[in-house]
Design a binder for this molecule. Structure first.
Ligand SMILES: Nc1nc2c(ncn2[C@@H]2O[C@H](COP(=O)(O)OP(=O)(O)OP(=O)(O)O)[C@@H](O)[C@H]2O)c(=O)[nH]1
Ligand SMILES: [Mg+2]
Length: 471
């Protein structure tokens, strides 16, 4: 434990030096992290951001673009040889082809390097030629940040907490039955361990589908190439202490520690600690649609996720960051094209309430934060319709299941987020006064003018906050 902590730190310091050398002598690199819970819109965000940085016709709020200082933008091989490349071309083809579709779910961390050749603004502009600035965009699941909390827990503590939390969830019935039929102090038999891990993974999958967000260990749902390996073949079991030698309990505890050492820590060391700018995507509308329980659950998950951005609270992270930190964090409520723009400020307010503390700068060790409602890829147009003698602000788009074009009124979001969050926190089963609908729209068929990227809402403003000051 101690040795690997020291090794992490030394590696970090070496990288810090290397980054600093690169930055001053050569070309600055901005590492932009993109995260969010499952289906929050990460892949679409990155694809559209890159497309709109390559073709900047729809980026008036990105100041360097508006001032015409970005002379060129191009994709380059990324610097990290062991990280899969973000499949930009494939995702873009999905979204902008003749029969557009949303990209498939992604399962692991991936990365893309976009380089911009930028002329300096202001006084320096006359003296220096254009510089190249690299933007390394890193896509990683928000669930992996939830794993940070595991580092501070022993297997016994973790098991006790998980078993208590899931005790009355219908999705956990089968797994709890398995646990009841297992004696953890028995000698380890691999098939038993495997069956328990399977059962627990099945519970996590069902829980996620039912709208729970507290589905850790994060890698159980997104195993990537670790699927089936011992670090993922454990599950929570009741029991005190380590259990007898060679017992199921003891081996489970060992694998739990291996998961922390070989999965969780390397992610924070190799990816998370190197991020300069972070966007956290939140599908607040999706959670509201699922109901109060999903909203409360998302709030709890977001609180945990954001814990990772307060390194002072965690000894391992403090050591890893060595005073370096994420210096800007954007909270973005995605899929805002489901709402008429008159409701966007309310969506932003709700998301901010969900990530409470976000507006409290001190909590993020001085990082600058901002909040916006965005749509990475706008799939609707706005309209106003007469309904029951009133006018209704609606959006219009092509439905994903039927292909029909429909007008859609999602419900009136409250101007005070507490009207949603309070009942959620108090355990309400359904919303009292409103039903919030979410329709799944298909991406529109696009005919882009040369120089224009795909249509979006406030993606330019988001980009300006995230990287604008460095261009
Ligand atoms: N209308 C609309 N829908 C969007 C937008 N962005 C994402 N979506 C919807 O949200 C779904 C998930 O988006 P992704 O970008 O795949 O989300 P993700 O976070 O990468 O999801 P995972 O890889 O499964 O974690 C898409 O399939 C779309 O249905 C948007 O800007 N507008
Ligand atoms: Mg994805």
């Amino acid at each position: 434990m101690v040795i690997s902590t020291i090794a992490d730190t030394v590696l970090r310091q070496f990288e810090n030096v290397q980054d600093a050398v690169n930055e001053t002598l050569f070309e600055p690199v901005i590492r932009l992290g993109v995260t969010g819970l499952a289906r929050s819109g990460k892949t679409v965000f990155i694809t559209s951001l890159v497309a709109n940085l390559l073709d900047r016709g729809r980026m008036p709020q990105l100041l360097a673009a508006a001032e015409g200082r970005i002379e060129a933008a191009f994709l380059q091989p990324q610097p990290d040889d062991t990280v899969p490349r973000f499949e930009y071309e494939a995702h873009l083809a999905d979204l902008t082809g003749p029969a557009p579709e949303w990209p498939a779910s992604t399962r692991a961390v991936s990365e893309l390097r976009l380089s911009l050749r930028v002329r300096r603004g202001g006084l320096l502009s006359g003296f220096q030629g254009p510089r190249t600035i690299h933007i390394d965009i890193v896509d990683y699941p928000g669930e992996w940040l939830l794993d940070l909390a595991l580092l501070e827990k022993s297997y016994a503590d973790w098991s006790a907490q998980v078993l208590a939390r899931i005790a009355d969830r219908p999705e956990a019935l089968a797994y709890l039955g398995q646990v009841a039929a297992t004696d953890p102090t028995q000698p380890l038999e691999e098939p038993t361990a495997k069956a328990l891990a399977h059962g627990f993974t099945a519970y996590l999958t069902a829980a996620r589908d039912a709208g729970y967000y507290d589905c850790t260990p994060g890698r159980f749902l997104l195993p990537g190439d670790l699927a089936g390996s011992p670090v993922l073949t454990f599950a929570p079991l009741p029991g005190q202490g380590d259990g007898p030698r060679r017992s199921l309990l003891r081996e489970m505890a060992r694998r739990f520690e291996a998961y922390k050492a070989q999965v969780v820590r390397p992610f924070f060391r190799d990816h998370f600690s190197r991020i300069d700018r972070q966007v956290v995507l939140v599908d607040a509308l999706g959670a509201i649609h699922k109901g109060p329980r999903a909203v409360e659950d998302m709030r709890l998950a977001m609180t945990d996720i954001l814990g990772a951005f307060r390194p002072g609270r965690n000894a391992f992270l403090t050591q890893l960051f060595q005073g370096r930190r994420v210096d800007r964090i954007l909270f973005a409520a995605t899929k805002a094209d489901h709402l008429h723009h008159t409701q966007h400020p309310r969506l932003t307010a709700i998301m901010l309430a969900l990530v409470r503390g976000a507006s409290d700068r001190a909590q993020f060790a001085g990082a600058e934060t901002a909040a916006m409602a965005i749509a990475s890829l706008r799939a609707t147009t706005e309209d106003t319709m007469a309904h029951d003698g009133q006018t209704l602000d609606v959006v219009r788009g092509r439905l994903l299941d039927t292909g029909q074009v429909a007008a859609f009124y999602p419900g009136d979001l409250p101007s005070d987020p507490a009207h949603l969050l309070a009942p959620a926190q108090q355990g309400a089963e359904t919303w009292l006064d409103q039903d919030y609908a979410v329709m799944n729209f298909a991406p529109s068929v696009l005919s882009l003018r040369p120089g224009d990227g795909p249509p979006h809402i406030r993606l330019d403003k988001a980009a300006n906050f995230l990287i604008g000051d460095r261009l």
